[in-house]
Design a protein around this ligand. Structure first.
Ligand code: ZN
Length: 98
């Protein structure tokens, strides 16, 4: 990236997340004038005990896809493991990932 690729004027970035912290849940908006500071601020949330309320805030690239149904899997209650939400007959797809 060259200097010419950077915006000349002052930029403002904001990022809205739904989080929970210390027994409360709500929206949090992180604002920054540089992308770098925005990313740093997001990374600091975990250190402050602020956690995202849904797995949807994870990057899509980290979500496994069911090899049978080709759909993104859903995070299970056990951290780091995922299951497929597709229905198969009377039950659900048994594909799991972790
Ligand atoms: Zn499946």
């Amino acid at each position: 990236m060259t200097q010419a690729d950077l915006p000349a004027g002052e930029m403002k970035y904001s990022f809205k997340v739904h989080v929970q912290a210390h027994g409360f849940a709500g929206d949090q908006i992180i604002s920054s004038t540089t992308v770098n500071d925005l990313v740093k601020s997001i990374r600091l949330l975990g250190h402050a005990g602020i956690e995202p309320t849904t797995a949807a805030t994870l990057p899509i690239g980290n979500t496994p896809v069911c090899p049978v149904h080709q759909r993104p899997m859903k995070a299970s209650k056990r951290p780091g493991s995922f299951f497929c939400t597709a229905k198969v007959g009377e039950g659900y797809c048994q594909e799991k990932a972790c």
